[in-house]
Design a binder for this molecule. Structure first.
Ligand code: C2E
Ligand code: MG
Ligand code: MG
Ligand code: MG
Length: 293
C-alpha cells in the first residue's frame, strides 16, 4: 500500500514537473519566434516639461503581443529572455525599430524628439554595439543626438571595465547616457565620478511617496537633485502620477517629468499625434479647484 501511494506521488510530481518544463519550453520557443512573427512593438512614453507641458522626448518601451496571451509585460518576459540568451537579439530589434521610426518621422517632416532606449547589461558585454548603432544611424541619416541609452544603476554597479569603456564609446558617438532606476542600488555615489553619464532617472519608488510627510523620500529626491546639479547632470522624475507630486517636483526645480499623470506609454501612431500637438495641458490640483455646489 505504502509503495503504491509512493509511486502515485512520484507520478503526480513527474507530471507537474513536465508541465512546467513544457510551459518554459513554449515560452522560450514563442519568444524565439516573436521577432519573425512580428509580435513585438515599441511604445513611446512622453517625457514632459512639467512647467509648460511641452513634450521634449520619450522613452522607447518594448511590448510583446502574444497570439494567445495578449500583451505580456516586459517586466515578465525580459528577465526570462535574459536567462535564455535571447535579450541581445530582442534589444537590437528595438534599437533598429526606433532608428527606423525616427527616419519615418523625419521624412514626414516632424520635429524629432530625442528617444531613450533601454540597453540590457549583457548587450554592453557583447562586442559590436557601437558599430551596430553607428551603421544604423548612418544608413537612416539620423543624428546620434536623437538617441539616449538607458543603463540601470545596478548594471553600472557591476563596475565592469568593458561596460565603462563601451559607455565612453557611445558618448563619443554623440549618444547621451541615462542612469535608470537611480537610487535603488543603495550604493556609494563614488561611481558617478568614474563613469560619464548625462542624465539621472529617479526611480518611481521615491516619487510614489514624495508627498508622504511620514517618509524621507522627499529628502532623498532633494539630495539627488543637489547632486545632479553639482555634477551638471539632467534629472528625470519617473512615475509621476499625481498633481501634488508634480507640484512638489516643480517646487524643487525638477522639471523633467515622465509618468502616467501626463500619459501612459503609447504606440507610435498615437505618439505621432502627440508630437503634432506638441504639449499636454498642465493638470490642476484637486485642492485648488472650487468645491462643487
Ligand atoms: P524602466 O526602463 O524603468 O521603464 C519605466 C517603466 O515604468 C515602464 O514600464 C513605464 O511604463 C513605467 N512607468 C512610467 N511612469 C509610470 C507611472 O506614472 N506609473 C506607473 N505605474 N508606471 C510608470 P514598462 O514599459 O512595463 O517596462 C518595465 C521595464 O522593462 C523597464 O523599466 C525596463 O527596465 C524594461 N524594458 C522595457 N522595454 C525594454 C527594452 O526595449 N529593452 C530593455 N533592455 N528593457 C526594457
Ligand atoms: Mg528605462
Ligand atoms: Mg526607470
Ligand atoms: Mg525600472
Amino acid at each position: 500500500q505504502a509503495k503504491k501511494s509512493g509511486k502515485n506521488t512520484y507520478q503526480v510530481y513527474a507530471v507537474t514537473e513536465s508541465i512546467s518544463a513544457y510551459k518554459q519550453y513554449t515560452l522560450e520557443q514563442d519568444l524565439r519566434k516573436a521577432i519573425s512573427n512580428d509580435e513585438f512593438e515599441v511604445y513611446y512614453h512622453p517625457q514632459v516639461n512639467g512647467l509648460n507641458g511641452l513634450i521634449e522626448s520619450a522613452e522607447a518601451l518594448i511590448r510583446w503581443n502574444h497570439k494567445e496571451w495578449g500583451l505580456v509585460s516586459p517586466a515578465e518576459f525580459i528577465p526570462f529572455a535574459e536567462e535564455n540568451h535571447l535579450m541581445n537579439e530582442i534589444g537590437d530589434w528595438v534599437i533598429r525599430n526606433v532608428i527606423k521610426q525616427l527616419a519615418i518621422w523625419k521624412d514626414k517632416g516632424y520635429i524629432l524628439r530625442p528617444i531613450s532606449i533601454n540597453i540590457s547589461p549583457t548587450r554592453f558585454l557583447k562586442p559590436g554595439l557601437v558599430t551596430f548603432v553607428k551603421k544604423l544611424l548612418e544608413t537612416h541619416k539620423i543624428s546620434a543626438h536623437y538617441l539616449e541609452f538607458e543603463i540601470t544603476e545596478s548594471t553600472i554597479l557591476k563596475n565592469e571595465p568593458k561596460i565603462i569603456k563601451t559607455l565612453d564609446e557611445i558618448r563619443e558617438l554623440g549618444i547621451t547616457i541615462a542612469i535608470d532606476d537611480f537610487g535603488t542600488g543603495y550604493a556609494t555615489l563614488q561611481y558617478l565620478l568614474n563613469i560619464s553619464a548625462d542624465t539621472l532617472k529617479i526611480d518611481r519608488m521615491f516619487i510614489q511617496n514624495i508627498t508622504n510627510q511620514n517618509k524621507n523620500d522627499a529628502a532623498i529626491v532633494t539630495s539627488i537633485l543637489y547632486l545632479a546639479k553639482a555634477l551638471n547632470m539632467k534629472v528625470i522624475a519617473e512615475g509621476v502620477e499625481e498633481v501634488e507630486q508634480l507640484q512638489l517636483l516643480i517646487q524643487k526645480e525638477c522639471f523633467n517629468i515622465q509618468g502616467y499623470l501626463f500619459s501612459k506609454p503609447v504606440p507610435n501612431a498615437t505618439f505621432e499625434k502627440l508630437i503634432n500637438k506638441g504639449f499636454f495641458p498642465i493638470p490642476k490640483s484637486e485642492k485648488t479647484k472650487k468645491p462643487e455646489v
